[in-house]
Design a protein around this ligand. Structure first.
Ligand SMILES: Cc1ncc(COP(=O)(O)O)c(C=O)c1O
Length: 426
């Protein structure tokens, strides 16, 4: 019997716990650049990019060649047992790319959550303090510490009881929803008055553009004040660039556009084009705060993933993907704004570079989130051959994370499908 999405879904439901969600009832068989083919032979335009992992597209030939070459040489030693050059080379390249006019070092791990966990460990060791401030609407992962930092209980930590202590929550600046830069800074000062002295806070962690939280962009003026506040109190600033990094926002790291440097930067997702690699890059003196043996992991910085990451960074240069990112952003934001003009359900179109969001609301009132409309658009788009994702604290934001390598014709087709979906919704 040939495989169908339905038959595989039945097997999945019997074999995989329901806690592992699935946005689209589709099983992928193969993919190329921005097109995915399912097990029934149907093609989809991929505006999700495996949640911001495929800035260089599916199965980029250069990545496949680099990984194949590495596969035939060496697949695993564990870097802490026998080291290998690709790990060191990735770290050198990342050190040069992460903003900050100071000596840097980089640690490689496997997932974004693991990168955030390690950034917190490093901040604790470097400062001798334990507290961490995170923001409303933040997403930092699904491990215990990162769940504590994540600012959304349902579905991420629901039913699991209280998360680790020592985490305090400030307001993420969000002018659209009435949180000014002053409000946000005041919320941190309030933590210092109500909850914990600054001398007990190791780090403030922030996504320069919130990912799961709804693609809200932190204002540059806010970042400057946050940096000053951290400097005043000896607190480390952690930029979580797991979703914004590797070229999604028009610069290799989003912090390049924020006017200040973080002490520690986490990255993952598109850095290795679909292979599991993540890391923490930071000021050398902080990165060296933990003694030998305190950092690492069996698979951390696998040679295969490092080979992929080196290829990704070369592709960015050779294919001028940062310029391409700006062109993709212009085309999509321009097209989406035209659609917005026709449909009041679209309250806002925003983003930084090609990290683009469409926020839906009821009756043209931006303060009335419309998650139902988002769910309908995601389903309708899929039926028409376009894979979209939602995000936002209220599930009322559509997000676009299309490969930067997608041809214009696919971007235009995707826009046309989105427009059709809104026309049917109206
Ligand atoms: C900003 C941010 N931090 C951390 C994570 C966690 O990464 P991972 O799912 O690889 O553990 C994510 C994942 O979406 C993310 O967007």
């Amino acid at each position: 019997m040939s495989k169908t999405n339905e038959s595989l879904m039945q097997r999945r439901q019997a074999a995989v716990p329901r806690g592992v969600g699935q946005i689209h009832p589709i099983f992928a068989e193969s993919a190329k650049n921005s097109t995915v083919t399912d097990v029934e032979g149907r093609e989809f335009i991929d505006f999700a990019g495996g949640i911001a992992v495929l800035n260089t597209g599916h199965v980029h030939p250069k990545i496949i060649a680099a990984v194949t070459e590495q596969l035939n040489k060496l697949t695993h030693t564990c870097f802490q047992v026998l080291a290998y050059e690709p790990y060191v080379e990735v770290c050198e390249k990342v050190n040069a790319k992460v903003p900050g006019d100071f000596a840097k070092k980089t640690l490689l791990v496997t997932t974004g959550s693991e990168a955030v966990e390690n950034a917190v460990k490093i901040a604790r060791a470097a400062t001798g303090r334990a507290g961490v401030i995170a923001f409303t609407g933040a997403y930092h992962g699904r491990t215990m510490m990162t769940l504590g930092l994540t600012g959304k209980v349902v579905p991420y930590s629901a039913g699991m009881g209280l998360m680790p202590g020592g985490i305090f929550r400030a307001l993420y600046p969000n002018e659209l929803h009435g949180v000014s830069v002053d409000d946000s800074i005041a919320s941190i000062e309030r933590i210092f008055k109500n909850d914990a002295e600054p001398k007990d806070i190791a780090a403030i962690i922030i996504e320069p553009v919130q990912g799961e939280g709804g693609f809200y962009v932190a204002p540059k003026a806010f970042m400057a004040r946050l940096r000053a506040l951290c400097d005043q109190h000896g607190i480390l600033l952690i930029a979580d660039e797991v979703q914004t990094g590797a070229g999604r926002t028009g610069t290799f790291f989003a912090m390049e556009q924020m006017g200040v440097a973080a002490d520690l930067t986490t990255f993952a997702k598109s850095i290795a084009g679909g292979f599991p690699l993540a890391g923490v890059c930071g000021k050398a003196e902080y990165m060296d705060a933990i003694a030998p043996g305190g950092l690492g992991g069996t698979y951390a910085g696998s040679p295969i993933a490092c080979a992929a990451a080196l290829a990704v960074m070369e592709i960015f240069e050779e294919e001028h993907l940062l310029d391409r990112c700006k062109a993709v952003a212009e085309r999509l934001v321009g097209g989406l704004r035209k659609i917005q003009a026709k449909y009041p359900v679209i309250g806002d179109v925003r983003g930084l570079g090609a990290m683009i969001a469409i926020e839906l609301c009821e009756g043209g009132d931006i303060h009335k989130p419309n998650a139902a409309a988002v769910a309908q658009i995601v389903a309708k788009a899929r039926d028409k051959g376009l894979i979209l994702l939602s995000c936002g604290t209220y599930g009322n934001v559509l997000r676009v994370l299309v490969p930067l390598t997608a041809p214009d014709a696919q971007l235009d087709k995707g826009l046309a499908i989105i427009e059709e979906c809104f026309a049917e919704l109206a």
